[in-house]
Design a protein around this ligand. Structure first.
Ligand code: BG6
Length: 508
């Protein structure tokens, strides 16, 4: 049993009173979306841009230029965006027409140089008529196989040039996956760096833009009482979990090749780990924060090749039932091979070999089609060194536990022991509970995509991956992936778990 102790928020919070006027303002820009007719653009980018627009975070002079293979007129593109935005009944649509008036479209063949010359012409004419100085963001909302071709063509057409030529800045946003192993990540990086400098490249990980993820550092480093106990002397283990109820949906083409380790571990899970384990940077600033995160990734102890499965459990969802509805197993999903060995679940035990964390196991777990959607970081503290109550309780007492709920529960709870009321002497664990939603009910919220897009417009790299981080993360995971994929008993190692369940019977 636990009881709630409400957190009373300070009413003299200076941050809270900061007005929009004091926020940095984005400069006039053309936002070019490659893959503009696709799912990501419709579901995430357009809503994010619209939300920024109605919050007053986009400059008056901005426009979106959609580019994709489909032949569409500006008008068609606008209507499609409009429909996408109208799909969310909670959205304030009062400025929909104004927003849609700023949308334009240009059909493109991704591998054809001449298409980029046409694109350059359209950009130049838009910039001239709208009075936009030449700042551009290129967003690659396309399958990763197209990344190098688009980057190369942008470069060769002069569309990546910026800087001292007085033509405005040029930035490129790349969606994960950044490669599928270390070599392909290095190859992609070389291709992008041929034409763009590191400060022009924004590698998105939408987890980093979640308020609750950013709060991990605030919680640790803006409060004096947690950091002194944030280490191997007090912490027994740390569990980071991202479970989903969704299955693979319509993404089998990508997911069959990726699997859970490439899809979730290489990016989101390792970012959560890095934020939990990193040393305090000297300043909350992009390079210093990213320096510290990379150090964590560099300190990960490689999993032993011959005992990989002592540290790793892999699973795949089978058929199951949810509220009387039958759910298909992964192998029955459209586009999935009937004998697929792709893992949709993984639980990994890993260690960080540094002064702070030596010997503390970190458990990273992520899976699709689980009982419930839940992303959280659980810090399990050690038991008291000597229990003065052991004549009542025996040797063991419940140790403190801190749960940082990332989503959908956006909360922090700390469990501790209390004496139960009454004449007898019994201890009972209770928890202090802070809930983002109820304690910050009035705060306007931007979704994670909107926040990262805004940061890119402002040139702030803090929430984006830096290349050395990408490489470190692949350096750790590539041998693991190779070990799993070439393992002679790969099929036997893959545990099939029922859909809508807690996953495999993990034995880590
Ligand atoms: C994406 C993965 O990066 O993150 C998806 O490709 C996954 O497979 C998604 O479903 C999870 O994101 P969120 O924000 O819903 O936890």
């Amino acid at each position: 049993m636990s009881s709630d102790i409400r957190v009373v928020r300070s009413t003299c919070d200076r941050q809270e009173n900061r007005s929009l006027a004091s926020e940095p303002q984005a400069e006039p820009v053309v936002f070019v979306v490659f893959g503009a007719s696709g799912d990501l653009a419709t579901r995430k980018l357009m809503p994010a841009l619209y939300d920024l627009f109605i919050c007053g975070r986009l400059p008056e002079t901005f426009c979106v230029l959609g580019a994709a293979r489909t032949q569409l007129s500006d008008e068609h593109f606008r209507r499609a965006a409009e429909q996408g935005l109208q799909a969310d009944s909670d959205r304030d649509l009062s400025r929909l027409d104004e927003f849609c008036d700023r949308l334009y479209y240009q059909a493109i063949k991704y591998d054809s140089r001449s298409s980029y010359d046409t694109l350059a012409g359209k950009l130049a004419s838009l910039e001239k008529t709208k009075g936009i100085g030449g700042n551009r963001v290129y967003y690659l909302a396309v399958p990763p196989t197209l990344y190098t071709s688009i980057v190369e063509n942008l470069g060769k057409s002069g569309l990546a040039e910026q800087g001292d030529k007085g033509i405005g800045w040029r930035r490129i946003i790349i969606e994960k996956p950044f490669g599928s192993d270390l070599n392909s990540a290095l190859y992609l990086d070389r291709a992008v760096h041929e034409h763009f400098d590191e400060d022009q490249i924004f590698r998105i990980d939408h987890y980093l833009a979640k308020d609750t993820v950013q709060n991990v550092l605030v919680f640790r480093l803006a409060n004096a009482i947690f950091e002194p106990i944030w280490n191997r002397h007090f912490i027994e283990h740390v569990s980071i979990t991202a479970s989903e109820t969704l299955g693979v949906e319509q993404r089998a083409g990508y997911y069959e090749q990726a699997g859970v380790i490439r899809d979730m571990f290489q990016n989101h899970m390792l970012q959560l780990l890095a934020l939990t384990a990193m040393e305090p940077p000297t300043l909350f600033e992009a390079e210093r924060v990213r320096d510290e995160k990379v150090k964590v990734l560099r300190s990960l102890r490689p999993l032993p090749k011959d005992k990989l499965h002592d540290h790793l459990v892999l699973g795949q969802y089978g058929p199951g039932n949810l509220e009387g509805k039958t759910l298909a197993g992964y192998r029955q999903e459209p586009g999935v091979a009937p004998d697929s060995l792709t893992a949709t679940y993984a639980r990994m035990q890993l260690f960080i070999d540094n002064w702070r964390w030596r010997g503390v196991p970190f458990y990273l777990t992520s899976g699709k089609r689980m009982t419930r959607k839940k992303t959280e970081i659980v810090v399990q503290f050690k038991e008291v060194p000597h229990s003065v109550f052991n004549n009542f309780l025996g040797e063991h007492s419940t140790a403190n536990r801190l749960v940082i709920g990332i989503q959908p529960d956006q909360s922090i709870s700390l469990t501790f022991q209390t004496k139960s009321p009454g004449v007898g002497f019994q201890l009972q664990p209770v928890s202090m509970y802070f809930d983002y939603k109820s304690d910050f009910a009035q705060t306007p919220k931007l979704d994670a995509y909107a926040k990262v897009l805004l940061d890119c417009l402002l040139g702030d790299q803090l929430l984006f991956w830096r290349q050395d981080g990408v490489e470190q993360s692949w350096s750790f995971l590539t041998p693991i992936l190779e070990g799993c994929e070439t393992c002679p008993d790969r099929a036997d190692r893959l545990q099939i778990y029922p859909s809508a369940s807690a996953g495999p019977d993990v034995l880590l």
